[in-house]
Design a protein around this ligand. Structure first.
Ligand SMILES: Cc1cc2nc3c(=O)[nH]c(=O)nc-3n(C[C@H](O)[C@H](O)[C@H](O)COP(=O)(O)O)c2cc1C
Length: 342
């Protein structure tokens, strides 16, 4: 048992009478106020060197923080100190927005899962650009995840993404196009051929653009999407976002199954890995993949790498296992790499 699971997690999970969003806010607040000495101390404990180069970007290790944890980039210097080899901020939208009504974040403990319907609560692209300008360069690559503002009609989605892109791409090592959150009405239809083609055409430039996909797509829909990505110069795929499925929940969590939103964590492990494998096979490795979904142990990360992921990201696993998981997952890459290339 790590210090995190035995001492830190019980405190976090009790905060606000068990309110998961309160724990999230408290954690971000603490991390954002860490001084340079505390960060250096953490870094000496958690940093792993396992360098990789993917889509032309050099990563100190292949384990990143997934989108949604630090939407507004308020705790950016803390993440590399906790061992992360890259950070994806956002999802941000062109217009600031409050997100859905609370409660909107639920832990399903027996299933090691989370349901969220946050709805892209964020301070907007301009606010993030100002923060990044003031902060200066990070010591690990930065991905910036873009989504559509809720008030913008779907027909105007391209301009909405482009507004955010123009403000933020100077700060990004890659841009993630989020067309797979289940919590913005209609957003997932942007995964369709013509809509995605138009979006990628508009965002084509020097900054690598990756497309984040849902785990609920059929193989046929994924194949079609991959063709569009290849034809329009996408730099890679992030697989996957949360699922609308409620399969794989423990009996004790069934009462929560009816909560609307996307499910993440352990019930997603197998599906995300299958999607990664499918993408890798379909493209013959031509599109690098960031594998994300249900990585809760080093072995889950190793399997993601074996399925074809070049990089992985954590969200729910980090909530349940803390920074020890980052280190273990980064080491798993080395092991998976050694297995693949003895
Ligand atoms: C509370 C919460 C908020 C999230 N917000 C975003 C988001 O803003 N943008 C995004 O692309 N993914 C978002 N995600 C999805 C994660 O980035 C990740 O794809 C998903 O949770 C699967 O990984 P996991 O099982 O490790 O959590 C969110 C997930 C959670 C749990």
């Amino acid at each position: 048992m790590s210090v995190f699971t035995s001492a830190v997690r019980p405190v976090l999970f009790r905060l606000g009478g068990g309110d998961a969003e309160k724990a999230h806010e408290f954690t971000l607040d603490r991390l954002s106020s860490l001084g340079a000495r505390s960060r250096a101390l953490l870094q000496s404990r958690y940093a792993v060197k396992a360098p990789v180069e993917v889509f032309g970007v050099k990563f100190p290790n292949p384990v990143g923080l997934a989108a949604g944890m630090d939407k507004n980039g308020v705790a950016l210097p803390a993440w590399p100190a906790l061992g992360f080899g890259f950070v994806e901020v956002g999802t941000v939208t062109a217009k600031p927005q409050p997100g859905n009504d609370k409660p909107r974040l639920f832990r399903l403990r027996d299933s090691e899962a989370v349901i969220n319907r946050m709805g892209f609560n964020n301070a907007g692209a301009a606010a993030l650009a100002s923060r990044l300008e003031a902060l200066g360069p990070l010591n690990v690559p930065l991905g910036i995840s873009l989504g559509k503002s809720k008030v913008t009609p779907l027909e105007e989605a391209v301009e909405d993404y482009l507004t955010s892109y123009n403000l933020l791409h100077p700060y990004a090592d890659y841009i993630a196009v989020n067309v797979s959150s289940p919590n913005t009405p209609g957003l997932r239809t942007l995964q369709d051929k013509s809509a995605l083609g138009a979006l990628l055409t508009a965002l084509a430039g020097k900054t690598p653009v990756l497309v984040k996909i849902a785990p609920d797509l059929t193989d046929e829909a994924i194949s079609e999407l991959l063709e569009v990505c290849l034809a329009h110069g996408a730099a890679g795929i992030i697989a996957t976002n949360t699922t609308l499925s409620r399969d794989g929940l423990a009996a004790a969590d069934q009462p929560r199954a009816g909560e609307a939103g996307g499910l993440s964590g352990r019930p997603l492990t197998e599906r995300s890995r299958k999607v990664v494998h499918f993408v890798h096979e379909e493209t013959g490795g031509r599109l690098p993949i960031i594998g994300v979904g249900g990585i809760l142990e080093a072995d889950d990360a190793a399997r993601m790498f074996d399925a074809g992921a070049s990089l992985v990201q954590l969200y729910t696993g980090f909530i349940y296992r803390g920074p020890a998981l980052v280190k273990a997952a980064a080491r798993a890459r080395t092991t998976a790499g050694e297995k693949a290339h003895p």
